[in-house]
Design a protein around this ligand. Structure first.
Ligand SMILES: [Zn+2]
Length: 114
């Protein structure tokens, strides 16, 4: 593979059509998004007002900071548990993508809460 001289975007698409038409891309992103992010992005897309967009941008930044602090808190607790396992225990629970199992599941996409 020639990583120094990659093909152009148009060459890539031509090759795709000519030789790899059977390769399809998913229309939706497989990474689930949190309800807060989706809501803020939706509200932001509905307005062209600079002030309102700035307000939502600030809300998004506050939300991202809060998420970052929660991750930081989690990593700190995880480190404590690794350093001193007789005193601390760390457990993380996350929802699994049920689309890859044969188990009964909710139809449609459910946003992550948080
Ligand atoms: Zn979010």
């Amino acid at each position: 593979m020639d990583v120094e001289n990659p093909v152009s975007k148009s060459q890539f698409y031509k090759k795709w059509i000519d030789s790899f038409q059977f390769v399809k891309t998913k229309k939706t992103n497989s990474f689930s998004k949190c309800t807060t992010c989706v809501t803020i992005e939706r509200l932001m897309s509905k307005t062209t007002s600079f002030e309102i967009r700035a307000f939502y941008k600030k809300k998004k930044e506050e939300h991202n900071i809060r998420q970052m602090l929660e991750r930081k808190y989690y990593y700190n607790k995880k480190d404590q548990a690794q350093r001193n396992p007789s005193q601390h225990m760390s457990i993380i629970i996350d929802g699994m993508d049920q689309a890859k199992t044969n188990l009964p599941h909710f139809a449609g996409r459910n946003p992550k809460v948080g």
